[in-house]
Write a protein of this length. Structure first.
Length: 385
């Protein structure tokens, strides 16, 4: 087995690096894993990285409404029946029990339904919980995000009680947790800076791969798993239908003057960013569905994000500290109802060519869980071929 990696490092959009401005090791983006993400946890056990995640002992989701300053914590109950919504102290302030039951409309939603079309957009629950949750999961506004992609996440996590929705974060970094253990396991079978330039197919099968002048002829027993972005897959193999368009994510990282030795996270409502994470003396915020920010200077973005960070951490009028703005222009495919229907399966018309990636038909959004499941599915298809 050989893994050809286009970049000079592993991990893609899920990695860590040393930043010279902050003089700290940071993640290129923030990722929140839930204890119900069985594929992710299975992957970590397989590579020996299961100790890389950390989080609270129970399922608790702290939130802050930036406009009002109101803070609360959502505390799901133990079982699949959501008795917890009966208790005001466990749910979103100002919401009623009946509002939560409307989320079942996502399960019955037609294929062309968006999240906003299935929920009450005028209620506080939508504003303070469903909207920021949907935007961060789908990397799309509630008005364009596919309802069919949000429901499976809720069903597999919140729908199974707190044992399945305990929030988990990479304790040291994304690379240390998800990437480095896998690279150690693979050893010298990974070839970096090896971008696939062309893929030739013949009757019923792929016949060769071209890596910048180096052509690899495929034998009768060779199998290829093509794990590249959707646009790249469509460009390499004529006839493959893929989702069209992408959506951006912006992450802002700020170094704090006073070190904070506890790792924490916070959901944000009513502002530009949706989630805040603190790791030691670096605080990071994530802006999903951030296409409008892509052409803005990093300084301008930092000045818009820092007041939200300072307010959330109760830092008063602390001046803007050293920062790093990381833009991912094509962070995910555009997770609209039309694109949800356009996702291909793992198999292709060529019997030795398979597809993998969070954009394939995993029935989940473009998350780490979806990416890992696509990899397992592709591997199973190869082994059973």
């Amino acid at each position: 087995m050989t893994v050809h990696e286009a970049a000079g490092h592993g991990g893609g959009r899920c990695r860590s690096f040393h930043d010279g401005i902050l003089e700290r090791r940071i993640d290129n983006g923030n990722h929140l894993v839930l204890s119900g993400n069985h594929a992710v946890l299975g992957y970590l056990r397989e590579i020996g990285g299961e100790d890389g995640l950390t989080g609270p002992e129970t399922a608790e989701f702290p939130f802050l409404e930036l406009g009002s300053g109101l803070r609360w914590t959502v505390r799901p109950g133990a079982g699949p029946i959501p008795w917890w919504i009966l208790f005001p102290g466990r749910r979103v302030p100002g919401t009623r029990t009946a509002e939560y039951l409307r989320v079942l409309g996502l399960a019955r939603a037609p294929a062309d339904a968006t999240v906003a079309s299935c929920l009450d957009r005028g209620g506080l629950l939508f504003k303070r919980f469903w909207e920021p949750l949907a935007v961060s999961i789908l990397n799309a506004s509630a008005e364009e995000g596919a309802a069919s992609l949000l429901w499976p996440v809720l069903k597999e996590t919140f729908g199974r009680g707190r044992a399945a929705c305990r929030p988990l974060i990479a304790e040291k970094g994304l690379s240390e947790c998800f990437v480095d253990p896998a690279l150690r396991l693979l050893g010298n079978r990974v070839r970096f800076n090896s971008r696939l330039r062309a893929l030739a197919v013949g009757p019923g099968r792929a016949v060769s791969l071209e890596f910048g002048g180096n052509t690899v002829e495929l034998g009768t027993g060779d199998r290829v798993i093509l794990a590249v972005p959707p646009a790249a897959a469509a460009g390499l193999v004529e006839g493959i239908v893929t989702p069209r368009g992408s959506r951006a994510i912006v992450n802002g990282h700020f170094r704090l003057d006073a070190g904070r030795q506890t790792l924490s996270f916070l959901g944000l409502a009513g502002g530009l960013s949706q989630w805040l994470f603190v790791r030691h003396d670096v605080v990071s915020v994530t802006v999903s569905a951030a296409d409008d920010l892509m052409d803005d200077p990093a300084d301008d973005i930092a000045r818009r994000l820092w007041p939200e960070v300072a307010f959330a951490l109760e830092l008063g009028d602390a001046p803007l500290p050293p920062f790093r703005i990381v833009k991912e222009r094509r962070a995910t495919f555009a997770q609209t109802p039309a694109n949800a229907r356009a996702r291909p399966g793992v198999r292709t018309p060529w019997n030795n060519l398979y597809l993998a990636g969070d954009w394939t038909d995993t029935r989940l959004p473009a998350t780490i869980e979806g990416a890992v499941r696509s990899g397992w599915t592709a591997a199973d298809a190869v082994l059973n071929s």
